[in-house]
Design a protein around this ligand. Structure first.
Ligand SMILES: Nc1ncnc2c1ncn2[C@@H]1O[C@H](COP(=O)(O)OP(=O)(O)OP(=O)(O)O)[C@@H](O)[C@H]1O
Ligand SMILES: [Mg+2]
Length: 231
């Protein structure tokens, strides 16, 4: 890592959020690549997942046969278990090593999905989130705002096993999209809403602009005319 870049680092934890298929993983990859061009190696994780325990939980939540009978309470506790393991096993150590951390979904997903589903007490969810994330509140959270129809058509182009959330109906996804917008309004210092309908490159640039505002030294190490990978 270039010595100048090390000085920029104030243990940033950046998260990407939004409804299914809004472009989170695409932008996580883009940002990690862009930081790498600045000499900054970012640790990249996904939630749920990111650890052996978390990946087992992810499978249980998303693809296993057993999840059909899962109660909302069990689902919430599994999300929290994955998150607390990721924080303690991976995120805290990475931040202590002065590494950047990028997370593809984090605790906001739990709040938003539970809020949208309106099955469990939100105060309880927030307390469990606080317990799970400990001191790891993200410095910046990017929410990619994308309507369901566009997301559905994009996901239709993707060849992968469709997970449990993707099988949920539009009536489930619409409140999720709305609740993410409310989150961005209510926590405008930390949460940045980006229009997910624009091109991959334009979103990447908006993310970069916000980051360089927050970490002014970052821009000075920006390499012009970066060639983008196709994701
Ligand atoms: N800005 C964009 N414009 C057009 N297509 C996009 C854009 N961003 C992502 N895509 C495409 O949309 C699909 C979903 O993107 P991606 O996997 O990044 O979304 P995601 O939010 O991570 O989805 P999931 O919630 O399932 O993890 C992919 O095929 C991706 O190439
Ligand atoms: Mg993804």
């Amino acid at each position: 890592m270039a010595p100048l870049c090390r000085k920029i680092v104030a243990m940033p934890l950046i998260t990407f959020e939004g409804s299914e298929g809004c472009g989170k993983s695409t932008q996580v990859k883009r940002l990690a690549t862009r930081l790498e061009k600045c000499g900054i190696e970012a640790a990249v994780f996904r939630e749920p997942g990111g650890t052996a325990i978390g990946e087992a939980i992810r499978h249980l939540l998303q693809h296993s046969e057993e999840n059909r009978g899962m109660t909302s309470e069990t689902q919430l506790l599994l999300f929290e278990a994955s998150c607390s393991q990721l924080v303690r096993e991976k995120i805290q150590p990475a931040l202590q090593r002065d590494e950047w951390v990028i997370c593809d979904r984090f605790f906001d997903s739990t709040t938003v999905y539970q809020d949208a589903a309106r099955q469990l007490d939100l105060g309880l969810v927030e307390n469990l989130n606080a317990f799970a994330i400990s001191n790891c509140l993200p410095d910046l959270t990017f929410v990619l705002d994308l309507d369901r129809a566009t997301a559905r058509s994009r996901l239709g182009n993707r060849k992968k096993i469709r997970d449990r959330m993707e099988e949920e109906s539009d009536e489930f996804h619409e409140p999720v999209i709305r609740t993410y917008r409310e989150l961005a309004e209510n926590e405008s210092k930390r949460v940045v809403l980006i229009d997910g309908r624009i091109s991959v490159e334009a979103i990447e640039q908006q993310v970069w602009n916000v980051l360089t505002q927050h970490f002014p030294n970052l821009g000075r190490h920006q390499i012009p005319n970066i060639r983008h990978q196709t994701s």
